[in-house]
Design a protein around this ligand. Structure first.
Ligand code: PLP
Length: 407
């Protein structure tokens, strides 16, 4: 009998936030249990709606969206993205430097396919958003993880990055604001990473999908500004998070820096964009409206009444009150990434821990090793439900941990 096998290229490709833990949650739901899903940064299920004009723009575009678009995306959307970056102080960006895609996810895979040869090393943070490591593995390249330093607000360690550059290193990935840690990198860190890319001739790949989701006195610093004219920087962004339309799959990648020197790579990205034909056209219509200079400033619309900021703060506080749990307070994005004392709770396998918590308390969080964190001593919790629900979720986690405490 023939068995149909997946390709060897998938051997090291993982995306655990939708992996076995979700299958188990769905099984429990099918049995009639209410599972609190805190595994995905999906806005709408938690009552975080897009501004009506964004939805209307898509509805108005539906008729025209029957046609394929330019493979890099419709011109008004690409111009709106270019304008957005120029307003943020990234000089000289034009609509021709913008590629739209079905979310940042597709563009990560597409860009790495265009850039990476088998054996090339790509510096990726640990922990990371796991699409990055997975997409590097898919190319036959080698993800080399550098340390995000928990004791330094999860800022990447520049020394560790520097020490891991070899003559096979092609690119340096930064994720800022960060998923899963909630870190917003300091200006020195962003400048330092751009400088490493400059000195070693690396492409800077900067995932800034949470750029507007920064709280308190945190400030987001754009890699493209730090990279300037002499470092090729590909900045990834989109409407899934601050603009709350995850399902529209509206993302972009913008090329800045020495673009003449990058003509061959950009041709490769264009080729793969052509092969993909075009991104979903309906979602593209949301972009000019979402990014319009006439809209209220993102701060007013991103987090009205400070709901998200409060939820992050309360979650971190409640986690820190559990014995043997510590959480660096997030300064951006949507997540807390607490550390658990493994010895105190007898945890050898963090996926097992998360599955057991799920079965016992019907709360779904994601294990830290699913974000390529090397030790089974962290988990990620999505802070999107309102404070009361999050408070109860953390209480359930505390009860569960108390029951399995070994020391
Ligand atoms: N990059 C990061 C850091 C993310 O957290 C996510 C989604 O959670 C994505 C990319 C994917 O976003 P998109 O919906 O644009 O594919």
């Amino acid at each position: 009998m023939t068995t149909y096998r997946q390709s060897h290229r998938l051997r090291d490709v993982r995306y655990d936030v939708r992996g076995p833990i979700l299958t188990e949650a769905m099984r429990l739901e099918a049995e009639g249990h209410d599972v609190l899903r805190l595994n995905l940064g999906n806005m709408r299920p938690f009552g975080l709606q897009a501004r009506p004009e964004i939805v209307e723009a898509v509805a108005t575009g539906l008729d025209d969206a029957q046609a394929y678009s330019d493979s890099r995306g419709i011109r008004p959307a690409r111009e709106a993205v270019a304008d957005h970056y120029r307003r943020l102080g990234v000089d000289g960006v034009s609509g021709d430097d913008v590629f739209l895609g079905n979310g940042v996810s597709e563009l990560i895979t597409l860009t790495l396919q265009a850039l990476v040869n088998p054996g090339d090393e790509i510096l990726v943070p640990a922990p990371d958003y796991p699409t990055w490591t997975g997409a590097v593995n898919l190319t036959g390249g080698v993800p080399v993880h550098y340390l995000a330093d928990e004791s330094d607000g999860w800022n990447p360690s520049l020394e560790d990055i520097e020490s891991k550059v070899t003559d096979r290193t092609t690119a340096l990935v930064m994720i800022n604001p960060n998923n899963p840690t909630g870190a917003v990198y300091s200006e020195q860190t962003v400048a330092g990473m751009a400088d490493i890319a400059r000195r070693h001739g690396l492409v800077l790949l900067s995932d800034e999908i949470y750029e507007e989701l920064v709280f308190g006195d945190a400030r987001h610093h754009h890699a493209a500004r730090a990279a300037g004219d002499d470092v090729l920087c590909l900045t990834f962004g989109g409407l899934s998070k601050a603009y709350r339309v995850c399902g529209y799959r509206a993302g972009w990648v913008v090329a800045t820096g020495p673009l003449d020197d990058a003509a061959d790579l950009l041709e490769g990205i264009t080729l793969l964009s052509n092969m993909r034909v075009c991104p979903n056209v309906t979602g593209q219509y949301a972009i000019p409206v979402a990014l319009s200079a006439d809209s209220p400033l993102p701060g007013d619309v991103v987090d009205p009444d400070g709901r998200l900021e409060r939820q992050l703060e309360l979650t971190a506080e409640a986690l820190n009150a559990i014995p043997g749990v510590s959480c660096v307070p997030p300064r951006g994005a949507l997540y807390c990434f607490p550390r658990i004392d493994r010895a105190m709770y007898g945890i050898d396998d963090d996926e097992e821990f998360v599955l057991d918590l799920l079965r016992s308390k019907h709360v779904l969080v994601t294990h830290g090793t699913g974000f390529n964190w090397p030790e089974p001593d962290h988990f990620r919790i999505v802070c999107l439900p309102d404070a009361e629900v999050l408070g109860r979720a953390v209480e359930s986690i505390a009860d569960y941990l108390a029951a399995r405490r070994t020391t």
